[in-house]
Write a protein that binds this ligand. Structure first.
Ligand SMILES: Nc1ncnc2c1ncn2[C@@H]1O[C@H](COP(=O)(O)OP(=O)(O)OP(=O)(O)O)[C@@H](O)[C@H]1O
Length: 261
C-alpha cells in the first residue's frame, strides 16, 4: 500500500448515477496533486473519499496506510486537513477567526466547552500569522472578505498538523488579486518539505500553484489522465477533459488555457 492514498477501482453510485467510475489513484509521500475537471466531473466526491467522509460503493480506498471500512474514521480524520465550502458553511456566523482555527483541534466548528491548551491557541495564532491573518484574529468569520476566509480555512486545515491536506476549490469566489495571493502562498507551502502531501481541486488551470508535482483530470466520474504534472496538463488531455479544443501554455510553473478558434 502507498503511504498516503491508494484507491483501487473506486466507484460511487447514487441511484442510477455513477459519480465515480472505477477510479485508480496512488498518491505518495512528498507529492502535491491538482485535480481538474468540469462541473459535475466527480472532483468533490473524490475528495470526500480521500477525506474519509464518504465510503466507496465498490472498490477499496486506502488512506494513510488504513483502509476505509476497516478503520475508525474518527481516528483517521484528524490526520487529514480538509478545507471545503461545505465545511465553511457550518462555521457559526459570530465565531471569531482564532476560534475558527483552534476548534479544528477537536474537529468541531463553533467553540463551546472544549478544553483547549495554551499550546493549541499558540499554534492557531502562529498559523493565522503565517497566512497573513494575525491582525484579524478577533474579527468574526462572517465579516471577512472571501479571500480572507479562504486563508483562515487553510490555517484551520493545518491546525492538527495533518499528514494529508485536501483543498476543495480554495480559489472559488476570489478576485484576481486574491487568487494570485492564494496561488503564491500555496506555491510556498508546496515548496516546504515539511508540509503535508497536498491535493487541490480546481476548475481553473490558472489556479495551479508552481511546485505542484502531479495532476489528475476527471470527466464524468472517470480518470482522463493522471501522473506527473507536465505529462498530464497538455492541450490534448485538457481538451478531452473539458470538451473544448484548447491551447495550453506554461510559463514558470503557471498554466493558462484558451479555446482554439
Ligand atoms: N446524492 C446524489 N445523487 C445523485 N447525483 C449526485 C449526488 N451527489 C452528487 N451527485 C452528482 O454527481 C456528480 C458529481 O458531483 P461532484 O460534486 O463530485 O462534482 P464536481 O466535479 O465536484 O463538480 P463541481 O465542479 O460542479 O463542484 C454531479 O453531477 C452531481 O450532481
Amino acid at each position: 500500500m502507498s503511504d498516503v492514498l491508494e484507491l483501487t477501482s473506486v466507484s460511487v453510485v447514487r441511484g442510477s448515477k455513477t459519480l465515480l467510475d472505477k477510479v485508480d489513484w496512488q498518491v505518495n509521500d512528498g507529492e502535491r496533486w491538482v485535480v481538474l475537471g468540469p462541473n459535475g466531473a466527480g472532483k468533490t466526491t473524490l475528495l470526500q473519499i480521500a477525506a474519509a467522509r464518504l465510503h466507496p460503493s465498490s472498490g477499496t480506498a486506502g488512506i494513510l496506510d488504513e483502509t476505509l471500512g476497516r478503520v475508525d474514521v474518527f481516528e483517521l480524520r484528524p490526520r487529514i486537513g480538509f478545507s471545503s465550502a461545505a465545511l465553511a458553511s457550518h462555521i457559526p456566523e459570530h465565531e471569531n477567526v482564532l476560534n475558527v482555527v483552534v476548534t479544528a483541534a477537536y474537529g468541531v466548528t463553533g467553540r463551546w466547552q472544549e478544553g483547549y491548551e495554551r499550546d493549541d491557541e499558540r499554534r492557531a495564532f502562529a498559523l493565522l500569522n503565517d497566512w497573513g491573518m494575525g491582525p484579524l484574529l478577533n474579527r468574526t468569520f462572517a465579516s471577512l472578505s472571501e479571500g480572507e476566509r479562504k486563508r483562515v480555512q487553510i490555517a484551520r486545515a493545518l491546525m492538527t498538523d495533518p499528514e494529508l491536506l485536501l483543498l476543495d476549490e480554495p480559489g472559488a469566489g476570489l478576485d484576481l488579486g486574491g487568487r494570485e495571493e492564494l496561488v503564491h502562498r500555496l506555491a510556498e507551502l508546496a515548496g516546504d518539505e515539511d508540509a503535508p502531501v497536498m491535493v487541490l481541486v480546481t476548475h481553473h488551470l490558472e489556479e495551479v500553484p508552481p511546485g505542484f508535482t502531479h495532476a489528475m483530470l476527471l470527466r464524468d466520474g472517470g480518470v482522463v489522465a493522471a501522473g506527473p504534472i507536465e505529462e498530464v496538463l497538455t492541450a490534448e488531455h485538457l481538451s478531452t477533459t473539458f470538451g473544448v479544443d484548447l491551447d495550453v501554455t506554461e510559463n514558470a510553473g503557471r498554466y493558462t488555457a484558451t479555446a482554439r478558434r
